[in-house]
Design a protein around this ligand. Structure first.
Ligand SMILES: NC(=O)c1ccc[n+]([C@@H]2O[C@H](COP(=O)([O-])OP(=O)(O)OC[C@H]3O[C@@H](n4cnc5c(N)ncnc54)[C@H](OP(=O)(O)O)[C@@H]3O)[C@@H](O)[C@H]2O)c1
Length: 366
């Protein structure tokens, strides 16, 4: 069976996490559609690569993007003009204080997530914060607890979890479509800039393949198999001390195994596979974006070919989920709860402890 959900238009190898510089050129977006009734008013905190990608998708979905804030007035104004955003602020403080904003999307490098997301929560705004949720588990706990004290949503922008093909995959597994899951494999490997000053390499900006790219397959293994009960990791480091390759083998409660590979230097297939006793699911590259998958029986017979819609890149689905959680008062999240985001940061801490990766000024990880 082939289930087609629209015309494929998104190139298979468009790496969202290509960590392009803040100077990345963005096309001027057409005027935003009229806001949907009941939607939240969004503020965009930071104006780099992913802030532009998110805003573009948010506008496609009809979200009310009301304001942007940057460390520089010029960047804020340029971003506002590009995306047709009515309000531009020359500081993050001014953005989070804007009474016309209900929810802040945080798109700073990860060492700043704790501070910038925390600033928004202190100002009484809900928060959707880019992955990784924070630099480490201790910071994640602080953010979660702050949001709980303030009665606000704080949610990790692990957008893959919210994509329609992932929803369908979970349905197939829950219905026993591949039997008992025994192994999960996922690869996130890209060829990214080698400039030592670049965010992907600079330790002061949280550089390294694990936190930038490896978090996707690790969060995916968590999604399918739950928390790992044992973790083994290996890594290679570049000249700046940032990790360039990381591999993990994790055992999960059911006894199933997951393996993940990550590189910031060499681009691989970026596919993912879930293998069960009665069949398997092969997710096409780039598996963590809106993509297609095949569900096969154990003998290889194709049972379902799922083709995803390519309406934007797909970052809007998480934002729509955030609005839904706020509307229903589900402030701990559902698809990826904030408690699981904290635990996943714990998994990343454990991997970093094993490979010996600590960021400047960070306390011991364990
Ligand atoms: N979901 C995804 O697919 C995806 C893809 C790429 C990145 N990310 C995540 O998004 C975050 C940002 O990544 P990015 O690729 O957008 O980075 P980027 O292009 O370098 O942009 C980061 C922005 O953060 C702000 N910023 C605040 N303090 C900064 C500092 N000390 N140095 C540099 N910039 C600073 C800047 O905005 P202003 O100058 O306007 O203040 C800058 O434009 C990271 O946590 C990354 O893991 C997610």
């Amino acid at each position: 069976m082939t289930v087609s959900h629209a015309t494929p238009a998104f190139p298979e190898d468009s790496p969202l996490d290509s960590a392009r510089s803040a100077e990345t050129q963005v096309e001027t977006h057409p005027a935003a559609p009229a806001p949907r009734p009941g939607s939240l008013r969004w503020g965009i905190l930071a104006t780099g690569f992913i802030a532009g990608q998110f805003t573009s998708d948010a506008l496609i979905a009809g979200l009310d993007v009301r304001a942007v804030g940057s460390r520089s007035a010029e960047s804020a104004q340029r971003f506002a003009t590009t995306y047709g955003i009515p309000r531009a602020h020359d500081s993050y403080e001014a953005l989070v204080a804007d009474p016309e904003v209900d929810i802040i999307y945080v798109a700073t490098p990860h060492p700043m997530h704790r501070e910038t997301a925390g600033m928004a929560l202190e100002a009484g705004k809900h928060v959707l914060v880019e992955k990784p949720f924070t630099l480490n588990r201790a910071e994640a706990v602080e953010l979660r607890d702050l949001a709980a004290r303030r009665g606000l949503l704080v949610m990790e922008a692990m957008w893959t979890r919210y994509l329609p093909h992932m929803r369908r995959i979970r349905e197939i597994i829950a219905a026993g479509g591949i039997g008992e899951v025994r192994t999960v494999f996922a690869d996130h490997t890209q060829s990214l800039p080698t400039d030592p000053e670049h965010r992907i390499n600079a330790l002061t900006l949280g550089g390294g393949a694990l936190l930038d790219l490896g978090i996707y397959p690790i969060s995916f293994a968590w999604d399918i198999l739950g928390e790992p009960i044992s973790i083994q990791a290996a890594a290679h480091f570049g000249a700046t001390g940032a990790d360039t390759e990381v591999a993990t083998v994790m055992t999960h409660l059911s006894g199933a195994l997951s393996t993940t590979t990550t590189s910031s230097r060499a681009k691989g297939p970026n596919t993912a596979h879930i293998v069960g006793t009665e069949g398997r699911i092969d997710i096409d590259g780039v598996w963590y974006t809106s993509t297609d998958f095949s569900h096969r029986a154990a003998d290889g017979t194709l049972l379902e070919r799922y083709e995803s819609a390519r309406d934007g890149v797909g970052m809007q689905h998480q934002a729509l989920a955030a609005e839904d959680y706020v509307a229903r008062g589900v402030l701990g999240g559902e698809r990826l709860s904030v408690d699981d985001s904290v635990r996943i940061m714990g998994t990343l801490d454990e991997i970093r402890a094993q490979i010996g990766l600590r960021y400047p000024g960070e306390p011991r990880l364990r």
